[in-house]
Design a protein around this ligand. Structure first.
Ligand SMILES: Nc1ncnc2c1ncn2[C@@H]1O[C@H](COP(=O)(O)OP(=O)(O)OP(=O)(O)O)[C@@H](O)[C@H]1O
Ligand SMILES: [Mg+2]
Length: 406
């Protein structure tokens, strides 16, 4: 009897047969150990160690592809330093962690820094210059070493330029008792080249490059997280290796590997399975790929969507750019739109090719010259599904789909 009741309770509380602690696979979870990043943890800690003596560390620029552990390493080191300061009762160094994807204006960045280091700053109402001055005065009055981490800094610069970066790297010229240093993090190597040379050289006093993980390293990372996340013996053998090898084949992205593993577990749970199998991991991979593609298609420019629509309605294939262009014009006609010129459409096709949504292949037709065959890289039904939720062409796509089903 009791067992029945506890089963009901367990179910009601949503206790999982698969997961012990799902959170351990979440992307913002900072584990206590970061396998295969010991060297980078040491390096980062050493570079930051002057703060322990009340001295300014060099500015640091960290780069590396997405999911190579940059954020995890920096957050880990900051956490450990902060714990040390608390234990030792030290308050002469402070860290501020800013994710510039979320804090994407100069005001918001400075506001976040202010609140992290204890400066009282109004949420709105000041000019950026004023805010900057107040922060500087506050820092100077406290006699402290402030390290500001600007994670995904390319988002800020692409949106509002590098003015703030420039100011921040110069702030020490007007500080006497205190100092500020910057850690910039990005996964966009090209971005670094677009920076103003002055900003680039002062920000990149020290540069650290994070390499991608290989399949064996990813498997180690997954294994450690799996112990925290899954119940004992629910992971079938080979699941971790499968997720690791898929992520390694792309570009050694630990986030992708963790997502796959978590999602495989969720699918197993959904199916009320008792074990997570390779089949679940394969399904997870497929679903994640469709989701990613869906996201890309959803955010495309209007005419790129129309080109995809033209292609999807022809079964996902066009024997030449010309024939695809005709189909596109027809759709523009029906929708009462001015079509783009064929050259522009060709450019958009190349962009879609680069995004991996379609592939175009030049075919030689002997004395008839060359043509370009174009094929969708994503299932037509997926494309039509995404486009049917578009505000402008959704209704039309739904009509088309009904026609096809009839
Ligand atoms: N060595 C590692 N051990 C355990 N987990 C790791 C390791 N490296 C990365 N991770 C985990 O992988 C995920 C992605 O890592 P992280 O966020 O640090 O990547 P990133 O380099 O900052 O990527 P991006 O450039 O996209 O921001 C996180 O959940 C992180 O905890
Ligand atoms: Mg990151």
């Amino acid at each position: 009897m009791e067992d029945v009741v506890s089963e009901v309770i367990k179910k009601a509380l949503g206790e999982s047969k698969i997961f012990k602690n799902r959170e351990a696979l979440a992307c913002d979870y900072i584990p206590n150990r970061l396998p295969h990043r010991e060297e980078y943890i040491r390096k980062t800690a050493e570079l930051l160690s002057p703060v322990l003596r009340g001295e300014k560390p060099s500015n640091i620029f960290l780069y590396g592809l997405t999911g190579t552990g940059k954020t995890a390493v920096v957050k880990y080191v900051i956490k450990r330093f902060t714990e040390h300061a608390e234990k030792a009762g030290i308050d002469f160094f402070k860290f501020s962690y800013v994710n510039c994807r979320n804090e994407d204006t100069n005001y918001r960045v400075l506001f976040k820094v202010g609140s992290d280091i204890g400066a009282k700053i109004p949420f709105t109402g000041l000019s950026v210059a004023e805010l900057h001055n107040r922060l500087r005065e506050y820092v100077e009055s406290k006699r402290m070493i402030v390290t500001i981490v600007l994670d995904e800094v390319d988002f800020l610069v692409k949106k509002v330029g590098d003015d703030l970066l420039y100011r921040l790297t110069r702030i020490n010229d007007e500080l006497y008792r205190s100092k500020v240093s910057i850690i910039g993090i990005t996964n966009d190597v090209k971005f670094v080249e677009t920076l103003d040379p002055r900003v680039k050289s002062s920000l990149g006093e020290v540069e650290v490059v994070f390499p991608p993980y290989d399949a064996l390293q990813l498997a180690d990372i997954l294994r450690e997280r799996a112990v925290l996340a899954f119940r004992e013996n629910v992971l079938d053998s080979g699941v971790i290796e499968y997720c690791a090898s898929v992520a390694a084949r792309e570009h050694g992205d630990a986030r992708r590997a963790l997502d796959l593993l978590r999602f495989a577990g969720e699918i197993a749970e959904r199916e009320s399975a008792l074990k997570v199998t390779i089949e679940h991991a394969k399904k997870a991979r497929e679903e994640l790929e469709v989701n990613a593609a869906t996201e890309v298609v959803r955010t495309l420019p209007y005419h790129s969507k129309l080109i995809l629509l033209s292609l999807a309605t022809r079964g996902g294939f066009a024997e030449s750019t010309g024939s695809l262009y005709l189909a596109y014009r027809k759709i523009c006609d029906i929708l009462g739109l001015e079509p783009l010129a064929q050259r522009r459409v060709s450019e958009l096709i190349s962009e879609l090719d680069m995004l991996g949504i379609l592939t175009s292949k030049v075919i030689s037709r002997g004395r008839y010259g060359k043509t370009k065959e174009i094929a969708l890289g994503i299932d037509s039904t997926v494309i039509l599904k995404v486009l049917s939720s578009d505000t402008r062409i959704g209704e039309y796509v739904k009509l088309l789909k009904n026609d096809r089903n009839r």
